[in-house]
Design a protein around this ligand. Structure first.
Ligand code: FES
Length: 179
């Protein structure tokens, strides 16, 4: 009998069997998938969890933000970026700047009244933070804004976000004056 060529000793799998999956390989695949799934859910939850806001903060003065303009600020912690937009002379709105897909910062596009996430082309309506297009499934969390004199204050109340039991969508008049 002729001796096997050298490469057949190095790669002892026959071409006809190369697509067969052994029981061990299948069990390994199932085990790895279960671990990845188990770890992935808490990580995703942690990524999307927004810390509870505890107190109001002054984020701008009226002079700082022109109508149609915006200002970035940190809320509810120094690690969380938010975006304040000014719709009219008296109406402001504040949203988390973290995309609800994988937390990339969104950008305000005044000409289309949208927030745009450049990472995977996610689009949100800047009226209420709802998703218009792209992979995000949840609206951008929106905070109540109050105005006292020329101070613009964000209060610890989420209008529309992942932690609210019901996503109550308010009208454009979400800015409340503080007496
Ligand atoms: S992180 Fe924003 S669309 Fe993916």
């Amino acid at each position: 009998m002729a001796a096997k060529p050298d490469f057949q000793n190095s790669y002892p799998i026959k071409q006809s069997e190369e697509h067969r999956v052994s029981r061990r390989q299948f069990a390994k695949f199932c085990g790895c998938s279960a671990i990845a799934l188990g770890a992935g859910v808490p990580i995703k939850r942690r990524l999307s969890a927004l810390p509870k806001a505890e107190s109001s903060i002054t984020v701008a003065t009226a002079e700082e933000v022109p109508v149609g303009g915006y200002k970035l600020f940190n809320y509810p912690t120094a690690d969380h970026l938010c975006i304040l937009i000014r719709r009219t002379e008296t109406v402001y709105a504040a949203f988390s700047q973290s995309c609800t897909h994988l937390m990339c910062p969104v950008h305000f596009r005044a000409e289309t009244n949208q927030f745009v996430c450049p990472c995977h082309e996610g689009f949100f309506d800047a009226t209420d933070g709802t998703v218009i297009a792209g992979p995000p499934r949840r609206s951008l969390p929106q905070y109540f804004v109050s105005v006292a004199g020329n101070k613009v204050i964000v209060v610890p109340e989420i209008i529309n976000g992942p932690d609210t039991a019901s996503s109550t969508l308010h009208s454009l008049n979400e800015t409340r004056p503080i007496s």
